[in-house]
Write a protein that binds this ligand. Structure first.
Ligand code: ASP
Length: 341
């Protein structure tokens, strides 16, 4: 059913008719003053990558397809959080949905390495236990986020790579597909265009989800194809706990998207948590400082989504756009792709 919806949206048959679904109006989550005690029963934020949307020239039906896909994923999160599912289950489920959606650079639809293959990275972290799992360089596991979750739940390790990650994922019964499954017409075209120009030109993206559940637990999950024309074997920030993903019930849950090398060097996800824990900053202050000051000074383009233990959420980015959406138990929600000033 969901697949049929997405296919219809992609072919432009479905127009957006979703209340609260906007591309550029002020964001409720940004204008609401931050709460200093637990205010929302649950809270969720998702992203589908940040980038130079100004030069992407999306058509109206493409914009609608992206927003529809984000809204569908968000709706799933809301239903599951309402029924009391854990933050980590919801984060994994939502990221798996976004991996299955061919619009985003994760799972099906991911970008290519310079040698024309697709290599996928993912990670997940639980804020209550500080348990985490990550996989890198997977070429044939349909949902890398499920492999990351299996590493967290069923291994003695935090991160597995390449052949070892594949062997482990298969031992956990995860679905295997041919590497060509991840290709789409759009990603193949983008690959040849990038190769011709010898430039990745903003072709990046990641999907992510951060959650506060009814029990007050936080979780974060991220999954990506990395950056277009990346070197064979390159690993970005997304599978690195503390760089692309982090969750700690004491502070916040964070998922990042952007130029991974900068996010690794700035340890972005953990830095936001540390600014709260040791610097006394609120979530909003910490996110703004890291994304708009620290990263910008280094030359790092991208953004983050995060939620704290009170249910405050942020979607902070220094690129022209970021596919994103939020929902909270007070019924406020929205999906967006451009800047909202
Ligand atoms: N952070 C990802 C990477 O560097 C790409 C992205 O989010 O745009 O692999």
């Amino acid at each position: 059913m969901q697949k049929a919806f997405l296919q219809a949206a992609l072919s432009g048959l479905l127009l957006l008719a979703i209340p609260g679904c906007r591309t550029s109006e002020p964001e409720e989550s940004e204008t609401t003053p931050e709460k200093t005690e637990r205010h929302f029963e649950w809270s969720v934020v998702i992203h589908g990558g940040a980038g130079d949307f100004a030069n992407a020239n999306y058509t109206q039906s493409e914009e609608e397809a992206y927003l529809f896909a984000l809204q569908t994923a968000l709706d799933t999160a809301v239903v599951n959080l309402e029924t009391g599912q854990s933050a980590v289950d919801v984060a994994e489920k939502v990221v798996a949905m976004l991996e299955d959606c061919p619009l985003f650079n994760a799972g099906r639809g991911a970008v290519f390495t310079s040698d024309g293959t697709i290599e996928l990275d993912a990670s997940i972290m639980e804020g209550r236990t500080l348990k985490a799992g990550a996989v890198t360089g997977l070429r044939s596991i349909k949902n890398p986020i499920m492999a990351a979750r299996a590493v967290m739940d069923s291994s003695r390790h935090v991160m597995l790579s390449g052949e070892g990650a594949l062997t482990f994922a298969k031992s956990q019964g995860l679905q295997e597909v041919d590497n060509t499954y991840f290709r789409t017409q759009r990603s193949v075209e983008a690959y040849f265009k990038a190769k011709e120009k010898k430039a990745a030109e903003g072709k990046m993206g990641t999907v992510g989800c951060v959650v506060l559940d009814k029990n007050g637990d936080l979780a974060a999950a991220s999954s990506t194809g990395g950056m277009m024309l990346k070197e064979y074997g390159r690993i970005g920030d997304s599978p690195i706990i503390g760089a692309g993903t982090y969750a700690d019930n004491k502070t916040c849950a964070v998922s990042c998207t952007g130029h991974g090398e900068f996010f690794i060097r700035a340890a972005v996800a953990h830095e936001i948590s540390a600014c709260m824990e040791h610097g006394g900053m609120t979530l909003k202050e910490a996110a703004q400082y890291v994304v708009q000051n620290k990263l910008v000074e280094m030359g790092g383009a991208g953004g983050i989504i995060a939620v704290d233990g009170h249910g405050n959420s942020v979607m902070e980015f220094n690129t022209p756009g970021m596919f994103r959406g939020f929902a909270r138990s007070d019924s406020t929600s929205g999906v967006f792709m451009y800047k909202t000033e």
